[in-house]
Design a protein around this ligand. Structure first.
Ligand SMILES: Cc1ncc(COP(=O)(O)O)c(C=O)c1O
Length: 395
């Protein structure tokens, strides 16, 4: 016994709810049970071959040494071109850096702007890691309650009231949204930027799902709105669209002094993002693959439509049509109320009794809902609907 323990601050770091569910599901699977896991947010398609090949070539050509902390000049340049062609964003190479995934970019960005105790608004439903990332940066997460009645897109008045009440220093916006699939209109993004200008707030814009859009939904980056660019940290990349999940890559675009600060931080804690992965990301920038993208979106659309149609037939359950990303945020409030259970208890029942892994809405600040990822094949989704139906009809 040494008496040595992790420090007090370490208790502020929560374990990821989605990873915990996936781990339980994996355990049940390993025990031989037919578990359907819709917990993880990872596309079921492989990394496109040309991108994977670029990584292989990097190794074969000895391109695996340290790079500059902010990424290779070629990739930073390619990043500025991709941000412009994909989202109309005008950045200089010095305003774009490469990070080891969107998560790392959010951490670097928040660490560069948050002063101790700063209030940072999180719009529920929010991605599970935001509260901890804000806390780690020294800030105080302030949750703005979800607005299911407005398709999970907050009105500017509500956000501004919270900003004033808490004297907020910034806001994290995530559209298309995980877990709701919400995509705001251009007017809503405009109103968000305007209120941030009025209240002199930062916008940390997590746009990791920005190319995963359905029907007529369009992605509008806050940095593309007049007055937005100078107060926005844009985080984007190919993690979800091109299955660069395990490669750990992303772009952060922001005013130069923020990028310089984040690059200094990155140089101290990481050195540089993986050199081989940077070669793969460069390929993703240089070789747009419209057919591959269409093929993926067609599959996601079929799955989304299936879930919307089938789940809305189940008494006590409803699902608003997601407009982006690959998540279904399923409203089970009527069943929770009748049975006097929480969404967490509901997820435990669904996993233990029906072998279906879903994530409780509470993890995203929206109790009474559960999230299903439809980055899964149709057979799994059909089983999932059968199992949710069986759970819902068990009285
Ligand atoms: C909204 C959101 N932001 C960031 C991330 C993390 O992405 P990355 O794997 O690039 O770190 C995820 C992954 O699930 C996400 O859903």
């Amino acid at each position: 016994m040494t008496g040595l323990v992790p420090n007090a601050r370490s208790h502020l770091i929560e374990a990821s709810a989605t990873l915990a569910i996936s781990a339980t599901a994996a355990k049940l699977k390993a025990a031989g049970l037919d578990v359907v896991s819709l917990g993880a947010g990872e596309p079921d398609f492989p990394t496109p071959e040309p991108i994977a090949q670029a990584g292989i070539e990097a190794i074969e050509q000895g391109n695996y040494r340290y790079t500059a902390a902010a990424g290779t000049p070629a990739l930073r340049q390619a990043g500025t071109e991709w941000l412009k062609s994909a989202f109309g964003l005008e950045y200089d190479k010095s305003e774009v850096m490469v990070c080891a995934g969107a998560k790392a970019a959010l951490h670097m960005g928040l660490t560069a702007i948050v002063e101790p105790g700063d209030a940072i608004l999180l719009l529920a439903p929010y991605w599970v890691s935001y509260p901890t990332l804000v806390t780690l940066a020294g800030g105080t997460p302030i949750i703005v309650e979800a607005n299911p009645g407005r398709s999970f897109v907050h009105d500017a008045e509500t956000i501004e009231a919270a900003a004033k009440k808490h004297n907020a220093k910034g806001i994290i916006a995530n559209f298309p949204n995980n877990p709701s699939g919400a995509v705001p209109s251009r007017d809503d993004v405009h109103a968000l930027v305007d209120l941030c200008i009025r209240n002199d707030m930062w916008i940390v814009s997590d746009e990791i799902y920005s190319t995963l859009l359905y029907d007529d939904a369009q992605h509008v980056s806050p940095a593309s709105i007049p007055g937005g660019r100078d107060r926005t940290i844009t985080v984007a990349g190919f993690t979800k669209s091109h299955t660069l999940t395990g490669w750990r890559t992303s772009f952060m675009a922001a005013p130069k002094d923020i990028i310089d600060t984040a690059a200094r931080l990155q140089s101290q804690v990481l050195g540089n993002p993986c050199t081989i992965s940077q070669a793969a990301m460069l390929k993703a920038c240089q070789q747009p693959m419209p057919e591959e993208h269409q093929r993926r979106m067609a599959a996601f659309t079929e799955r989304r439509n299936f879930l919307v149609e089938e789940l809305n037939k189940v008494p006590g359950i409803s699902l608003a049509t997601p407009r982006g990303s690959f998540y279904a945020l399923i409203d089970i409030r009527p069943i929770c109320e009748t049975r006097k259970i929480t969404d967490i208890e509901a997820c435990t029942q669904i996993l233990d009794q029906h072998y279906l892994a879903l994530v409780p809405g509470s993890a995203f600040g929206i109790p009474g809902f559960v999230r299903a990822s439809y980055a899964a094949d149709m057979d799994s989704l059909k089983k999932a609907v059968e199992r949710i139906t069986a759970w819902a009809s068990n009285s």
